[in-house]
Write a protein that binds this ligand. Sequence first.
Ligand SMILES: C[S@@+](CC[C@H](N)C(=O)[O-])C[C@H]1O[C@@H](n2cnc3c(N)ncnc32)[C@H](O)[C@@H]1O
Length: 236
Amino acid sequence: MSTAARIHRDVVSYVRRSARMNPSQQRAWDTHHSAWVIDLPSGDRATSIAADAEINWTAAFGRQAPLLVEIGSGMGHAITVGGQTNPEVNLVAFEVFTPAVASTLGRLARHQVNNVRLVIADGAQALATVFDDASITELWTFFPDPWHKVRHQKRRLVSAEFAELVAAKLAPGGRWRLATDWADYAQSMREVLDAAPRLHNLHPGWAPRFAGRPVTKYEQRGLDAGRTIYDLAYAR
Ligand SMILES: C[S@@+](CC[C@H](N)C(=O)[O-])C[C@H]1O[C@@H](n2cnc3c(N)ncnc32)[C@H](O)[C@@H]1O
């Protein structure tokens, strides 16, 4: 079975939550979604995309440029700063929770960031479906849901299969940056990525804190609870 087929799985890395937006999110959505959100034909779940979905990224951005992808962009802090500090890059963020995407829209509009596009979809499935192999220059997965109960760990985004998929989609030399505040997930990321034949660690162990990553409530919550923040950086 191909990686793309295997990643189209029943066990997903997120829970379905109410998509109700607060008034400011609703306003941001109504005003801005047509400018930043890319609609894709959906598959058998609300957040899955059709197996034959395609996106012409050059057309979606109106230019050809290196592609940076974030999966699980939350309220959009990192992708907004990423867009501002990398004007020469096309950035795509995948997030399954619509109210968070609406908050991201407000943030992008306030800062007038035009080199970002948002997709409401399972980013793992989308990575397999709507990107050519060797087409992504950088991938970010910051504070993926930790799923720390042992019986839930199969839901973790970062797995050996996912690492294989990422390695296929990264361009040679392309980078994958990760962060988590859960020590056992960090350790398992290290094991999985160190074992991935096409990836190598850019540092002897943990990476220094990535300066392009603003502190979000997830990082702050980990720090407040006394947890260590682990950064990882690998390259194809
Ligand atoms: C713990 S939050 C972290 C958000 C953000 N990266 C940050 O650091 O603030 C994880 C986010 O990933 C999203 N998510 C989980 N699995 C996803 C998937 N397969 N595709 C897209 N988004 C996903 C969740 O909805 C949630 O917003």
